[in-house]
Design a protein around this ligand. Structure first.
Ligand code: GTP
Ligand code: MG
Ligand code: ZN
Length: 312
């Protein structure tokens, strides 16, 4: 095949996408054939056709972060080093959606960083921070952040930038938490690029609903991938019996149940149930394997949801 060039998919929208070549130039490309469906983060082999390009091959993916609802599978991005789940003091975050995003990442063995934004909003921030206690206890990194506030101060950005350096990070989270604010803060030309991309891909619409890849540095070593806010995070691709393995706090107790095929729902001698604490485990808890009541309830709900679906 003539003159295939390597490229990186930086935005994808239906039948066209933007591909960045090694010199940094971005151009519209069309995937050839259905099986070449691409997502942001894909490494591809493409060739020039006129002033656009066609994608001939998609390189094998290291990972693919996606959710699967009843109706469809929604791919966010491929070849990620980490997922930054951004939540905020306000709007109040859904622990269920947070837990689901973490499970999906764990299933693909992608590292996760939880960031709680809007530390200027009190007492909402302290309340939200406390709700994240079980996540800190199970080993997740949870960082506080303030991107702006009434007095114009910011906080926590240095630590966050340190965690982002030299990685490809998908920024994920519900609407209104500050994803765009973060991208605009770390990628000076993001605003312009957003406009450019939405003009190119959405034929003149002002808002972009597609996931977009940005470099924070001119040497293109650190990437932030902005994504549209999500409401629901379906995990239909996860087997119910896999769930406990994908939740680090439950996983820590596995292997100690009386029955090897324990569902941790009702069996006698269940090690998971033995570590569930009433209310939130406090810092002084003597049980290093303590599982919060909320997390266990989420496990039961998810298990039921994923088992139910398999009967149809
Ligand atoms: N008080 C306060 N407001 C903030 C902070 N960071 C961002 N905001 C505000 O939160 C609002 C939402 O921020 P966006 O960046 O648009 O949120 P988003 O996550 O991109 O939302 P969607 O695009 O709808 O998914 C804006 O008005 C921001 O100015 C913060 O640290 N404190
Ligand atoms: Mg946004
Ligand atoms: Zn058990």
């Amino acid at each position: 095949m003539a003159d295939l060039q390597p490229g990186l998919v930086v935005a994808a929208h239906g039948r066209h996408c933007l591909v960045e070549s090694t010199d940094g130039e971005r151009r519209i490309c069309h995937p050839r054939g259905k099986k070449n469906a691409v997502v942001v983060g894909d490494r591809v082999q493409w060739q020039v056709t006129g002033d656009e390009g066609s994608i001939e091959r998609v390189d094998p993916r290291h990972n693919l972060f996606y959710r699967q609802d009843e109706m469809r599978t929604k791919s966010f991005a491929a070849n990620l080093d980490q997922v930054l789940v951004l939540v905020a003091a306000d709007p109040e975050f859904s622990e269920s959606q947070l837990a689901r995003a973490l499970i999906a990442a764990q299933a693909e063995r992608i590292d996760v960083l939880i960031v709680l934004n809007k530390s200027d909003l009190q007492p909402a921030f302290d309340r939200a921070w406390a709700r994240l206690g079980p996540y800190r206890r199970m080993g997740s990194t949870v960082l506080p952040l303030r991107l702006n506030s009434a007095d114009g101060t910011e906080a926590g950005l240095d630590e966050l930038q340190h965690r982002l350096a030299h990685k490809n990070t998908l920024v994920l989270g519900p609407s209104g938490v500050g994803k765009s604010t973060l991208v605009n803060r770390l990628v000076p030309e993001a605003r312009a690029q957003t406009g450019e991309i939405s003009r190119a891909l959405n034929s003149g619409k002002h808002t972009t609903t597609s996931t977009t890849w940005y470099w924070t540095d001119t040497t293109r070593q650190t990437a932030l991938i902005d994504s549209p806010g999500f409401q629901e995070f379906g995990l239909n691709h996860i087997e119910p019996m896999q769930l406990a393995h994908l939740m680090p706090d439950l996983n820590a107790t596995l292997g100690n149940c009386r029955f090897y095929n324990c569902t941790h729902l009702h069996e006698p001698g269940c090690a998971v149930v033995a570590h569930v604490q009433q209310g939130e485990p406090d810092q002084a808890s003597t049980d290093a394997l303590a599982i919060s009541e909320n997390r266990y309830r989420l496990y039961r709900e998810l298990f039921a949801e994923l088992s139910d679906k398999r009967r149809y």
